[in-house]
Design a protein around this ligand. Structure first.
Ligand SMILES: *Cc1c(COP(=O)(O)O)cnc(C)c1O
Length: 385
């Protein structure tokens, strides 16, 4: 179907932060398949784990115990401080599980019309419930009727949150991204998540964090909520969890962890031995190389580098980042930059119309980080002057 508009390039292989196309040209990847290949392409540990698992057992279904899935759940719990995990195959599915938990939480309390507060400019996926939760009209266009029970408020705005509480007695959850990803790499105030935590405690509703893009060490901590030393009730993961092998996870703690009972929810593929093995390999590499620290360090190098190389250039509104999630916001729309960068053998993304989004792999060398700065800065200076 015609729902994608792919760029005119066909990749044949990859290694680390580099992709090679069918003509043998090499490209520096500053996007990692949209924050998926955090360990870069063809990582030897992931490759070995998948190959070995494929040679033994790929799938059994959740009708039977899956020790690799249990081991993966334990690892995620260990790093996050959450308690229980449900596995699906994508971000949208992880968020569907989170939304169902919120509905159960409300319904179990006798709430008639459970309402989930979500944010303007957010992105949560493309299924009916997650596109309804998403705060972007383009994603919803043509798909009415939407799902009931969502209320949008401005991001990073606590007054709006308190206001909505006064008019919404059926509030069951607040669902939020720690940094708006698709929305333009928008970084909220340093105590935003903490304030939402306090709010959710006060109103007895679930704090749901969508860490699908921010999780797995990308922002300089294993999970972005750890920057604020709080813990959500529900957290969703996907993207980098399997380094390209599709897997999503919905983690819960406290009362939310015991809402699902046999029959409440399920997935045929979810957490199968192959996907679980891939994610376990990813976690082992992240652990052994302290990649959350490396993401912080690399993020600073890139941010400082861009600020220096682009200082005084007119047309640049802001350069911002949290770990290896970086945004360069221009005064004008710049979607055409993606194609221009491709011609310079550099893979970038533009989101929200005017924000260059960089999500490079965590295994980047210092030289490769500097190469991203010089290629993109050179292009931008030509583009803007
Ligand atoms: C990518 C993304 C999703 C959707 O994930 P899919 O795997 O495409 O369904 C949801 N939330 C956030 C924050 C994302 O970045």
């Amino acid at each position: 179907m015609s729902n994608y508009q792919p760029l005119p390039v066909e990749f044949k292989s990859g290694a680390g932060a580099w992709l090679t196309d069918i003509d043998g040209q090499r490209y520096l990847d500053a996007l990692s398949g949209i924050a998926v290949c955090g360990l870069g392409h063809a990582h030897p540990a992931v490759q070995a784990a998948i190959s070995d698992q494929a040679a033994n057992l790929i799938h059994t279904s959740n009708l039977y115990r899956i020790p690799l899935q249990e081991k993966l759940a334990e690892k995620l719990v260990e790093h996050s401080g959450m308690e229980k995990v449900f596995f699906g195959n994508s971000g949208a599915e992880a968020n569907e599980a989170a939304i169902k938990l919120a509905r159960l939480y409300g319904n179990n309390k006798g709430i008639k019309n459970p309402t989930i507060v979500v944010m303007e400019r957010s992105f949560h996926g493309r299924t009916m419930a997650t596109l309804t939760a998403t705060g972007n009209d383009k994603v919803k266009k043509g798909f009415t009727p939407l799902v009931e029970g969502f209320k949008h408020i401005p991001y990073n705005n606590l007054d709006a949150l308190n206001e909505v509480a006064e008019t919404t007695p059926d509030l069951v959850a607040v669902m939020v991204e720690p940094v708006l990803g698709e929305g333009g790499v928008v970084i909220p105030d340093e105590t935003y998540l903490k304030a939402i935590r306090t709010f959710c405690d006060e109103y007895d509703c679930l704090m749901i964090l969508d860490e699908i893009q921010t999780g797995m060490c990308r922002t300089g901590e294993w999970f972005a909520f750890q920057h604020e030393a709080i813990k959500p009730d529900v957290m969703t993961l996907a993207k980098a969890l399997g380094n390209g092998v599709p897997i999503g996870a919905c983690l819960a703690s406290g009362a939310a962890a015991d809402l699902f009972q046999p029959g409440s929810h399920g997935s045929t593929f979810g957490g199968n031995p192959l996907a679980a093995r891939a994610a376990l390999a990813v976690i082992e590499v992240l652990e052994n190389n302290n990649l959350e620290r490396r993401a912080k360090e690399l993020g600073k190098r890139l941010l400082d580098g861009f600020k220096q190389s682009l200082s005084g250039i007119k047309g640049i509104k802001e350069i911002r980042g949290k770990g290896l999630m970086l945004g360069i916001e221009l005064e004008k729309d710049c979607t055409d930059l993606v194609g221009l960068a491709l011609e310079q053998n550099l893979l970038i993304n533009v989101t929200a119309g005017n924000v260059i989004r960089l999500l490079p792999p965590l295994i980047l060398s210092d030289d490769e980080a500097d190469e991203i700065i010089s290629r993109l800065s050179g292009l931008l200076i030509k583009y803007l002057t």
